[in-house]
Design a protein around this ligand. Structure first.
Ligand SMILES: Nc1ncnc2c1ncn2[C@@H]1O[C@H](COP(=O)(O)OP(=O)(O)OP(=O)(O)O)[C@@H](O)[C@H]1O
Ligand SMILES: [Mg+2]
Length: 249
């Protein structure tokens, strides 16, 4: 039986009012099966980041519900939501978001420290080992390559053994060799550890690492690919739908 780690039902997200009103999500219903890797694609402004932020409990949707691991986020108060986010959800940002004065190991440990919880030292070492950076534990971000910094960020997202890892353009700031390393790492987390991963990307080659590709346009899911996902197939579907995968930068 397929278990869905994340379920989104009728998600709408409206920002601003009057002439500044923007409907970022316009009724998204979908779910992410446990132990699968989904890529979310679509033109700039189509609502990808908003979808990820709502699904991860970083933003509250205007309407609709998000269920993670059986818990409805809209039933939770702020403190409970913070706790669930900390314990059950990992998030990886395009810009790494590491603390520059801390070492790789201290960055991985930071969420537990902020939660005033002792993360066993072995867990931090194991997370760094899982991303291939056991020998960089004492390095600060400025002493690491971009790809290595992003892998530290993935280790930080993983250390609590979350139900789901959301990644918003995790390879957007990386060269192609570093991108491949991060993508192979995300793929291995799914294949070897049954991790559930949802990743926003503009790059059909990155999406080809996923089991499923969701295409968004104007805040709606307009298409979905499963099986036979190659960069060429993804690019062709985007072209067919006239969804120009322009870069946000
Ligand atoms: N905090 C906000 N206030 C007002 N409007 C917002 C806010 N965040 C996003 N929007 C608007 O909502 C829409 C969707 O934005 P979102 O960031 O989800 O797009 P995206 O698909 O991630 O785009 P990109 O590929 O450029 O990152 C856009 O039109 C954007 O201008
Ligand atoms: Mg975005």
């Amino acid at each position: 039986m397929t278990t869905h780690t994340v379920t989104l039902t009728g998600l709408r997200a409206v920002y601003g009012t009057g002439t500044r009103r923007v409907t970022a999500l316009d009724g998204v219903t979908t779910s992410f099966a446990s132990g699968t890797f989904t890529a979310v694609m679509g033109p700039s402004g189509s609502g990808k980041s908003t979808l990820l932020h709502c699904a991860a409990g970083l933003d509250r949707p205007t309407e609709g519900s998000v269920t993670i691991d059986g818990t409805r986020l809209d039933d939770l108060g702020e403190d409970e939501l913070t706790r669930l986010r900390r314990d059950r959800i990992g998030f990886v940002f395009q810009a790494f978001n590491l603390v520059s004065t801390l070492t790789a190991a201290q960055n991985v440990e930071l969420p537990s420290r902020l939660a005033r919880r002792r993360q066993p030292a072995g867990d931090v070492a194991a997370a760094l080992d899982a991303v291939g950076l056991a020998d960089r534990a004492g390095h600060r971000p400025s002493e690491l390559s971009g790809g290595e910094q992003q892998r530290v960020a993935v280790a930080r997202a993983l250390v609590t053994r979350p139900a789901v890892v959301f990644a918003d353009e995790p390879t957007g700031a990386l060269d192609s060799a570093s991108s491949r390393q991060v993508l192979r790492l995300l793929r291995a987390l799914v294949d070897d550890h049954g991790q559930t991963v949802v990743m926003v990307t503009h790059d059909p080659a990155a999406a080809a690492y996923a089991d499923r590709v969701l295409l968004l346009a104007d805040g709606r899911v307009v298409d979905e690919l499963t099986g036979g996902i190659t960069a060429a197939a993804v690019a062709a579907r985007i072209a067919e739908r006239e969804l120009v995968a322009e870069s946000s930068c």
